[in-house]
Write a protein that binds this ligand. Sequence first.
Ligand SMILES: [Mg+2]
Length: 287
Amino acid sequence: MAQAPEKFEHAPVEGKTAIIFTDLDGTLLESDGSVLPDVVRLVRRLGSEQIPVVPVTSKTRREVSDWLQRLEIPGPAIFENGAGVLFAGGVEVSSEAIPAQTLLSILGEACRAAGVSVRPLVEIPEDELFRLTGLSPREQRDARSREYSVPFLAPASAETPLLERLRAAGSLSVVRGGRFWHLMGCHAKSGFFDLIRNRCGAWGSSLGLGDAPNDIPILQAVDVPVVISGRTGPEPELVSRFPDAYRPAAFAGAGWVEAIETLVLARLSSPVSRKPFDDGLPARRGK
Ligand SMILES: [Mg+2]
């Protein structure tokens, strides 16, 4: 086996040599919000190997809490694009987080000033939101329970004038997820990574998986970035920002499984080394 690169020098701490930070929608989950059985099995396998799987998502605290139960992982999990982190014992909120009602007012003012109109998620009717996301009525209630971010749909013609207004306002960030834009404070998905690694004792190798521009902070913060493709291929902005990232051939959850099996489990099977994400694997340039 080739020598491990310097980035793997951290000694294992109680076997927790590695940590996985992963987006949910379109990455670990399918675009319709469902999860593949193979993904569930793999998440549980990683738990048995004591490798933390940390969801990092634009979903709300309630949605994330629900997914932690469904995936049978204890947390932590980052919600609303880094506004806060959910631990087994409680929640920590970013000092940069801005209440959703305040953000909604700011968005309304910016739209009026720019002469454009957008559609905040909270105003999208239930049947239409189901067609867009596949979320059930109960899941929609959880998705609408925004604390520190405002997702919205914007026509292409509105993007430039609106984004200029919002970004000029300061103390705000606007990022694009799979379908929605997200208005929020100046926090990013990676904001709690160091805190999480300390709590988990996981200062070994890190792997991050994402499919959209709001996942850029995840991919920047890890040793091994993975770009997950949608049905139409990988997000061009991620491809240009991370040309050497691993790109599985399969998309969404099947791609997640492919990446974890290739980059993590293949390493665990060796009795010589339990260091995941070892070197020697050429970057794969997608489909
Ligand atoms: Mg996503």
